[in-house]
Write a protein that binds this ligand. Structure first.
Ligand SMILES: Nc1ncnc2c1ncn2[C@@H]1O[C@H](COP(=O)(O)OP(=O)(O)O)[C@@H](O)[C@H]1O
Ligand SMILES: [Mg+2]
Length: 270
C-alpha cells in the first residue's frame, strides 16, 4: 500500500447462507487519501456489504481489506475500536437518538475521543460543547441545537447525523445510501453538506448511492457493482462517458437480451 492509499480491497469475496448467496465476487480497488468515491449499483448489487467490510462489520469469505494500513479482518477488541474511531459511518436510517437534543447527538460523536461515559450535554466540557455547536452550524442547524432531534425533518436529522460524524474527527467517512429515504431536492442539500464538509476537513469519503445524477455532482471517482462484481472503476471528469455509467445498471433478461435499468424504475430494452 503506498503512503497515500487509505483503503485497499483485494479479491474481496463475501458469501452468505453457507455459500448459497454470493454478495461480493473478487472485488478489488484502492482509494487514495482525500478521494470522494461513490459506489453505484442496483439494489442487491453488494454496496452495503462492501462498505460493511471497510469498518469490520463483516468478515471476508475470501480476499483482504486493508484500511489505514491495517488488515481489518485481523483486528479485534481494542484494535478494531481504534480503527473505527478513524471511520465515521453515515446510515440511510440516520441512527440518531430522537428523544435527546440535536446538540447531545452531535456531542456523542466525540465519545470515542473521551474516557468513560457521558450523561447529558453538561457532562461534556465547554470546549466540546462549543465545537459541537460549530459542527451544527456547518450543517445549517445551529438554531436547532436545543430542540429534540425527533422533531426535525428527515433531511435535518441526517444533517445532525453528519455533524455527529464530523465531531468524531474521522479520517474516512463511509456513507451507505445516506439520502435514500429523502426526496430529490433535500437529497441534493444533504449530499452538499456531507461532501463539502469532508472536502474542508480533508476526509476521504466512500458513499454508496442509488442515483447517478447525485453521484456525478460530487464524486471524483465512481465504482460500479453489478451482482457483486466490480464492473466500473473510473475517475469522474469531462471525458467520462455516461453510457459506461449507465451500463452498471444493465441486467440480462431471461432471453439474454440486455436491459438497461435506471433507479429500478425505467427499463429500456436495447
Ligand atoms: N446478512 C445477509 N444474509 C444473507 N444475504 C445477505 C445478507 N446481507 C446481504 N445479503 C445479500 O447479498 C446481496 C448484496 O446485498 P447488499 O450488500 O445489501 O446490496 P445493496 O446494498 O447494493 O442493496 C443481496 O443478494 C443480499 O440479499
Ligand atoms: Mg444497501
Amino acid at each position: 500500500m503506498n503512503e497515500r492509499t487509505v483503503v485497499e480491497v483485494t479479491d474481496l469475496t463475501k458469501t452468505f447462507d453457507n455459500g448459497r448467496v454470493t454478495a461480493l465476487n473478487k472485488v478489488s480497488f484502492a482509494v487514495p487519501e482525500g478521494d470522494l468515491t461513490v459506489v453505484i449499483g442496483l439494489s442487491g448489487s453488494g454496496k452495503s456489504t462492501l462498505l460493511r467490510h471497510l469498518n469490520g462489520m463483516h468478515e471476508p469469505s475470501g480476499g483482504s481489506v486493508r484500511v489505514l494500513d491495517l488488515d481489518v479482518a485481523s483486528l479485534k477488541g481494542k484494535g478494531l475500536r481504534e480503527l473505527r474511531r478513524e471511520i465515521g459511518f453515515v446510515f440511510q436510517s440516520f441512527n440518531i437518538v430522537g428523544r435527546v437534543t440535536c446538540l447531545e447527538n452531535v456531542l456523542s460523536g466525540a465519545l470515542g475521543r473521551l474516557r468513560g461515559p457521558r450523561y447529558g450535554v453538561l457532562s461534556y466540557s465547554k470546549a466540546l460543547r462549543r465545537e459541537a455547536l460549530e459542527q451544527l452550524d456547518r450543517v445549517g442547524l445551529a438554531d436547532r441545537a436545543f430542540q429534540r432531534t425527533d422533531t426535525l425533518s428527515g433531511g435535518q436529522q441526517q444533517r445532525v447525523a453528519i455533524a455527529r460524524t464530523l465531531m468524531q474527527k474521522p479520517r474516512i467517512v463511509l456513507a451507505d445510501e445516506p439520502v435514500a429515504s429523502l426526496d430529490p431536492e433535500i437529497s441534493g442539500q444533504v449530499m452538499d453538506v456531507l461532501f463539502r464538509s469532508c472536502v474542508e476537513d480533508r476526509i476521504t469519503v466512500i458513499c454508496s448511492l442509488h442515483q447517478v445524477d447525485l453521484a456525478l455532482g460530487w464524486a471524483n471517482r465512481l465504482i460500479g457493482l453489478r451482482d457483486g462484481e466490480l464492473v466500473l472503476d473510473t475517475r469522474v471528469d469531462s471525458e467520462l462517458d455516461q453510457q459506461v455509467v449507465m451500463d452498471v445498471y444493465q441486467r440480462l433478461d431471461p432471453t439474454g437480451q440486455k436491459i438497461h435499468e435506471y433507479r429500478d424504475s425505467t427499463a429500456v430494452t436495447s
